[in-house]
Structure formats: C-alpha cells, structure tokens
Unconditional design. Structure first.
Length: 261
C-alpha cells in the first residue's frame, strides 16, 4: 500500500467517524510528526487533542445558546467595592459550583439595581464554562410558557424541560404579582427540582413578604419557601442601585462641566 493510499484511507476513516477537525489538521500534524520525529503514540495524541478541543468548543457553544443568559457579564465583572453588603468570599465559594453538585439553591434578595441578576447570571456563565446545563428565565416568562403548555397539552413536557438543567435561574420573582395559575406553575417547577437540581432565584421581596407574590396565599408561599430554603444560600443585598449611582455620576460630571465653562 502506497503512502498516498494510506493517507487517503486515514482521511476516509476520520471522515466516517465525523472527526472533521482531526481530518483538517491531519496534513499539518503529519508534517510536524515527521519533522519532530514523534512516536506513533505522540502523533496520535496530538491529532486526537485537536478533535477533543473542537468537540469541547462546539459543546460549550451549544450550552451557551441553550442557557439564554441575558448578558455576557461574569462574576469577575462584579464591583464588590460598590456593594459592600455582598460577601466576596461567599461569592468565590459559590463560583466553585459546589452548590450545584449538592443541589443547593441560591436566593438573591434586594431592591432593584443592586446586582442580583448580575450575580445570578455570573453563576450561570461559570456553570456553562464548567460544562453544566443551565437555563435562564424570568418568573413572568416561566409562567407564560407554562400557561401555553397547559393550553396546548404539553404540561408534562414543559415540566421536564425545567427539571432538566443542572442550574435553573429564575429572575425577577416578586416584581409582578403572580395569578394563581402562574404561582402553581412556579411551585411545580420548584417541587420537581427539590433536592435534585439547583435554582438561583432573584427577588426584590424579603422572605416575610412572599405571600404578596402569590396573591396573599401564605400556604403556597410557605410550601415553596420550605423547599427553596431547606438547602440554600441566602444573600441579602443592600445599597444603592448601580443605575442610580451611574446617573448621579453623569449628572455630577455634567454639572462640573457646565460650572467650568
């Protein structure tokens, strides 16, 4: 068998196995192996590493698309000096993602604009980078999706969808009162994930005020909190809104500029 036919057969094997990155890298890797006098095993390791890297990149891109995270911000982008009520060591511990391994929930509580969503999304990006399946939704969107599913006879399928991710991020709980049907949907999602998968939940309401989310139904609120808090980390974030601080900084800069002119 000639070198040319061996090369073509090797290309054919790689194509059959759908190892497209390795097939494209093959000529260069053969040249490198000959020049560096690599052993057969060293050559094969380099070639397979090319394919592994390509598969890993595609997998992470797929996880990123599925996660639907609303911003690119990571935990490294969070300004702890602007929010001294946030424990940087606690966030660093959460960034290890041990809470996901233990199916622990993270509740981020505080007024609008203090960084709750940014932290939750940052945890989402960290989990995606670790190869975990993540999904982001607002409480309102979750309720709307479950409502459509109930009308179209897809309730069980939708419940499985929300039960599947290793980390489910539910944003903006409490910004709008939830009708009974929406509250029941959120309760079902929380119940299905109980001790099985982590939830990172942001809310502007303190725990004592959760009855307001569910049309003053303390029974539903209590049952949901019981499941969320049983194994959880709670962050109470205080302080001014990032947006308000930014607005004040721009206003002060404008005032100084006008005074200077």
């Amino acid at each position: 068998m000639t070198d040319a036919s061996e090369y073509q057969r090797l290309r054919s094997h790689l194509a059959f196995l759908a190892m497209t990155a390795a097939a494209e890298a093959l000529p260069g890797e053969l040249d490198h192996a000959a020049a560096a006098k690599l052993t057969h095993s060293a050559f094969l390791e380099r070639l397979l590493a090319v394919e592994v890297d390509a598969v890993d990149e595609r997998r992470r891109a797929s996880l990123t698309r599925f996660a639907s995270l609303p911003s690119p911000f990571t935990l490294a982008d969070f300004d702890f000096s602007a929010q001294p009520s946030v424990d940087e060591k606690l966030i660093a511990d959460l960034a290890t993602l041990r809470f996901v391994e233990d199916a622990t929930n993270v509740l981020l509580i505080g007024p609008p604009g203090v960084g709750k969503t940014m932290l939750a999304v940052g945890l989402g990006h960290a989990a995606v980078a670790a190869g975990m399946r993540v999904y982001y939704t607002t409480a309102a969107d979750l309720a709307a999706r479950c409502h459509r599913a109930a009308l179209e006879g897809r309730w069980a399928t939708t419940m499985r969808f929300f039960a599947n991710p290793r980390l489910l991020i539910v944003d903006e709980v409490g910004y709008l009162p939830l009708p009974a049907e929406a509250a029941a949907a959120l309760f079902q999602v929380v119940s299905q994930r109980y001790l099985k998968g982590s939830i990172a939940l942001t809310t502007n309401l303190g725990i004592a005020s959760w009855g307001k989310v569910f049309n003053d139904d303390p029974m539903v609120a209590g049952a949901m909190l019981d499941r969320l808090l049983h194994r959880s980390v709670v962050l109470n974030i205080e302080g001014d809104s990032y947006r308000m601080r930014s607005h004040r900084a721009r206003a002060e800069a404008t005032r100084r500029a006008v005074a200077g002119s």
